[in-house]
Design a protein around this ligand. Structure first.
Ligand SMILES: Cc1cc2nc3c(=O)[nH]c(=O)nc-3n(C[C@H](O)[C@H](O)[C@H](O)COP(=O)(O)OP(=O)(O)OC[C@H]3O[C@@H](n4cnc5c(N)ncnc54)[C@H](O)[C@@H]3O)c2cc1C
Length: 470
């Protein structure tokens, strides 16, 4: 097995690409770039899949400009790859057939904040931290927090989530409506600001998670939430991952409305101690946060403390002090970079799966056993309240044996999750890396996805070679 063998290939349309490049350069001037460095940076950079660069990158500033670019590409049958911040982890922004990367980072205006309705409308290039900084004074916040400061458009396109999803949901729950440029260059609006609607097919949810394969999202209407009156949180050590997961299962089954409940295995705790200057006991640990009233969060913390003790957990150290919490959660958000520090020079390959909560302990324990059996270095971290966890395999890609072992481990982890009634990706999405698991997970429903793709994008110009091959 070699890295090159993992490439998805799509036939290039050289004449079409040349014509589109010339037209875009004339129309967009310095906002149209073709240098190798910029194009490579707009191909996939976050994992071991080979970088497949687009031929040209255009920085769009309005929905109308996006429509103009898509219409030109449709006319010449040239691929279009929407680009947010490029933080996706499964080869999503690669351009296997070349084409045009539409970079939406300059579409970063917050268009409306309707505090009384708890919603807002943003351009697709706004990042999650930019939005939260902007609305901080309104008493509202936007809860979806992937470890990278991703764009709202990219997060909608990957159906992203993060540490708060157990309480506030994922992008599928918080996107109320979209403005989308379809594959033929039409501008459509889906959904709206109403909290519910029975008016026809739910196109919003079709585009959320479509990874740029059906259209380009240019504006997003989002739900916002009131900042909680009180927040408390802390850490609880466990002797092994199984007992930590059992505590998570019981916490969720007891209906304790945790806002965050995250697992770090022993190796990940070691990495975070070193990277973020923590002094946690090096053992599997749960990070928790509770939101509510002052008495509510205290009660939730005490209920969890009793469950943790029943499951063999150590002392649950919790605090309502913002400074201590921020230090912990910053460390949690930096877990990916901390883990990379365990083996400088290796390639970090992040893979995520999600299982029904009752199977979580078994799934994580089998994954840990597999890591040990294969002799890999692969810390585990997870949004375990949702049954979702990740491994970050640190691979020497120049060692064919280790490469093959790592690939076999990742495959096994994905098949295991699907066999347990779960999914091959809880939040990172399919891109190129997870396409091979979709038939087993979806069966004939994958053919219906292909039918939808062909209906909405008959010339297969929208991010081709991702999710389904046509
Ligand atoms: C350190 C780290 C931690 C992470 N942690 C998490 C996590 O906790 N949870 C999680 O869910 N993910 C996580 N991710 C993955 C990543 O951040 C998410 O997938 C994120 O949603 C990608 O957003 P982006 O703006 O970077 O999109 P990109 O990577 O630029 O694009 C992702 C996909 O969406 C498409 N796309 C982008 N913008 C648009 C648009 N406007 N319209 C249509 N399609 C579009 C692209 O074509 C591509 O297929 C993590 C990544 C890293 C590097």
């Amino acid at each position: 097995m070699s890295l090159a063998a993992m490439q998805v290939l799509v036939k290039r349309n050289e004449d079409g690409i040349a014509a589109v490049k010339a037209a875009l350069s004339a129309r967009f001037g310095e906002r149209c770039l073709t240098s190798a460095a910029v194009c490579e940076q707009h191909g996939h950079t976050t994992t071991w899949l080979p970088n497949q660069a687009p031929d040209v990158v255009v920085f769009a500033q309005t929905t109308e400009e996006v429509a103009e670019i898509v219409r030109l590409c449709a006319q010449h049958k040239v691929p279009v790859i929407p680009f947010g911040t490029g933080s996706s982890l499964e080869g999503h922004v690669n351009a296997p057939g070349g084409g045009v990367s539409i970079d939406l980072s300059r579409m970063n205006s917050i268009l409306e904040v309707n505090a009384e309705d708890l919603d807002c409308v943003v351009q697709a290039g706004v990042t999650r931290s930019q939005l939260n900084a902007y609305i901080r004074d309104t008493g509202l916040f936007f809860p979806i927090d992937p470890g990278a400061d991703a764009s709202i458009g990219g997060m909608a396109a990957t159906r992203a989530s993060g540490t708060n999803a157990v309480r506030y949901g994922t992008m599928k729950d918080v996107v109320l409506g979209l403005t989308v440029v379809t594959a033929d260059g039409r501008i459509i609006r889906t959904g709206g600001r109403a909290r519910k609607s029975s008016a026809g097919y739910d196109l919003t949810r079709l585009f959320v998670g479509s990874e740029g394969t059906l259209g380009v999202i240019t504006e997003v209407t989002l739900r916002l939430f009131g900042q909680p009156e009180a927040i408390s949180g802390g850490v609880c050590p466990f002797p092994d991952v199984e007992s930590a997961c059992n505590a998570v299962i019981m916490t969720i089954q007891s209906g304790i409305p945790v806002a965050r409940i995250e697992l770090l295995d022993k190796m990940q705790v070691r990495a975070c101690n070193a990277y973020s200057k923590l002094d946690l006991e090096e053992t599997p640990t749960l990070f928790l946060e509770f939101h509510g009233t002052a008495s509510g969060v205290k009660e939730q913390a005490e209920l969890f403390e009793a469950i943790a003790a029943d499951c063999g957990g150590g002392t649950f150290l919790w605090s309502a002090l913002a400074e201590e919490r921020t230090k912990l959660w910053t460390a949690r958000h930096n877990a990916y970079f901390a883990a990379q520090g365990l083996r400088p020079g290796s390639k970090a390959v992040s893979t995520d799966v999600c299982v029904p909560i009752s199977r979580l302990a078994e799934c994580v324990a089998e994954t840990v056993a597999d890591i040990e059996r294969r002799g890999l270095l692969a810390p585990i971290v997870g949004h375990v309240g949702d049954g979702n966890f990740h491994t970050l395999v640190l691979v020497d890609v120049n060692d064919p044996k280790e490469l093959a072992e790592s690939e076999a481990f990742i495959e096994q982890m994905n098949w295991r999750a699907i066999e347990m009634g779960g999914t091959c990706t809880g939040e990172h999405g399919v891109g190129q890396g997870k396409m091979k698991y979709l038939k087993k997970e979806h069966g004939d429903a994958l053919d219906v996805m292909r039918t939808l793709k062909i209906a909405l994008d008959p010339d297969n110009i929208m991010n081709p070679g991702k999710i389904v091959l046509v």
